[in-house]
Design a protein around this ligand. Structure first.
Ligand code: TYD
Ligand code: MG
Length: 461
């Protein structure tokens, strides 16, 4: 009969209880013969079944189309442009943000500055420190010239105490929890900092954010291997994950959105840590370039792209020949070591350059960490220059992706990269041949293969 579902037949083995949809002579599970019997289709035969059949008993939910009205979330702009940029326009009301980074990188400093700025703009802001005493935080605020900001400050570690306090009176627009690893929930056993404690505390804080419309920021420490300590799970629970990066020995800090339910993940914010805390760096391009002199070998400038933002960085390579047969070191700061191994292998296999008896050191200047795959060609140029002791022209930038075949692949936004390089006084680009007119004001040396770049740098052909 059309329109009416046929009741499912059920065949159950009387020996082992396994259920199948058709009759068989032998049970496929227990291999007994003639034990399979048809049973009447069960319409929730037992309360157990009723509970375990999720196809009934629920409420009907409203389904809407993709084209229905969308209300954009309200954002709380902090007024720190670099922070707002990384967030995609500011903190979103009722959202949870994980603010991750190495200890000492400047998380507390930046969040205190943001909190103070919002408070001075008249927003209710609360800052709870589980790591430092309230006096320590106040001293820091005073040193940053923010002592007068009406931030509500507390030193506490009990999630229940914090949420009880926050639930009295109107909820704050922004609540900073510094850090989530110091928080303790009495709903669950275990010391603060354990995965279960971190997860339970975060869950309660995130629920508060959703219910009360507060933007909650959870500070999280990162372990040495770069993962967010313990609370890797937190990344899934929060709406936004910001990572604060940089070398502690350097001044510069990059704020990167790793996950963002309300915006793009490719924008970065750039800061410099100085006496007065973190200051914004509106034009980061000039920043990562060390003072450049003619004739230095092993250095190339790479026009990296972060979201829509070009950043010029210097890539430095050093090749040290080994006399003995010891295994040579490969050491990388600021780039992926697997990617370096790949570029070295392609140089060896496709271009006949051997690094096998030499130590290779690769460094990205200024404490910057390059993630853009277009860095391959710049790295290769720096390596070839270091090996051959011939400098890469000081007025050139290099970019392009390298395939295992030795081909130089086109990359995104070549025009933007070239424009930024031209703005900073560069005159040439070593780039994929496909760049063509996108080179703009730069003189283009286009390459189809890595071999062609090597020939160019070595003055062959
Ligand atoms: P902090 O914000 O405490 O780092 P985190 O919360 O990520 O652990 O910053 C610590 C470092 O920043 C500390 O080593 C001193 C430095 N710093 C400055 O250089 N200038 C400043 O104005 C402040 C407040 C800190
Ligand atoms: Mg801190």
């Amino acid at each position: 009969m059309a329109g009416m579902a046929k009741p499912h037949k059920r065949f159950v083995c009387q020996a082992c209880g396994s259920v199948s949809s058709r009759w068989q002579g032998q049970c496929p599970d227990c291999a007994e013969w003639n034990t399979i019997v048809e049973e009447a289709p069960s319409v929730a035969a037992s309360p157990f079944q009723a509970k375990h059949n999720l196809q009934g008993g629920g409420r009907a939910i409203e389904m809407i189309g993709l084209d229905s009205e969308v209300k954009l979330p309200d954002r709380i702009a902090t007024g720190i442009a670099e922070l707002d940029r990384a967030l995609g326009g500011g903190f979103v009301e009722g959202s949870a943000t994980l603010f991750a980074g190495d200890p000492g990188i400047g998380k507390s400093t930046l969040l205190l500055q943001a909190a103070a700025k919002l408070a001075l703009a008249g927003k209710p802001v609360a800052y709870v420190s589980g790591e430092e005493a309230a006096d320590q935080v106040r001293l820091r605020a005073r040193r940053l010239g923010l002592g007068a900001a009406p931030v509500r400050l507390a030193a506490a570690t009990s999630t229940r105490d914090i949420l009880t306090t926050m639930s009295m009176g109107p909820p704050p627009a922004l609540l900073v929890i510094d850090s989530i690893q110091t928080m303790h929930s009495d709903l669950i056993e275990g010391a603060p900092g354990t995965v279960s404690q971190v997860r339970a505390s975060a869950q309660e804080l995130i629920r508060f954010a959703k219910e009360r419309g507060t933007a909650v920021v959870l500070v999280g420490h990162v372990t040495k291997d770069g993962s967010i300590a313990g609370p890797r799970v937190l990344e899934h629970m929060v709406d936004t994950v910001l990572s604060f990066e940089g070398e502690r020995s350097h001044q510069y800090r990059i704020l990167r959105a790793i996950k963002n339910r309300f915006g793009g993940t490719d924008e970065i914010g750039v800061f410099a840590m100085d006496e007065e805390g973190l200051s914004e760096v509106g034009n980061p391009s000039a920043l990562f370039l060390t003072h450049r002199e003619e004739g230095v070998t092993g250095a190339t400038v790479f026009p990296a792209l972060e979201g829509t933002r070009p950043v010029l960085v210097e890539i430095q390579a050093l090749v040290v020949r080994l006399q003995s047969g010891a295994t040579p070191r490969r050491s990388v700061v600021g780039w992926d070591s697997g990617r370096l191994a790949m570029v070295l292998a392609v140089l060896e296999a496709r271009c006949g350059l051997s690094f096998s008896s030499a130590e290779v050191y690769l460094n990205v200047a200024g404490g910057y960490r390059v993630q853009d795959p277009a860095a391959d060609l710049a790295v290769a140029a720096a390596l070839v220059s270091a090996l051959s002791e011939r400098p890469v022209p000081a007025d050139a930038v290099a970019f392009g992706e390298i395939a295992l075949s030795g081909e130089v692949r086109p990359v995104a936004h070549a025009a933007l990269r070239c424009k930024e390089a031209a703005k900073l006084g560069f005159e040439r680009a070593l780039a994929p041949a496909s760049v063509g007119k996108e080179g703009g004001a730069l003189r283009l040396s286009g390459f189809r293969t890595l071999g062609a770049l090597v020939d160019h740098l070595l003055g062959r052909g």
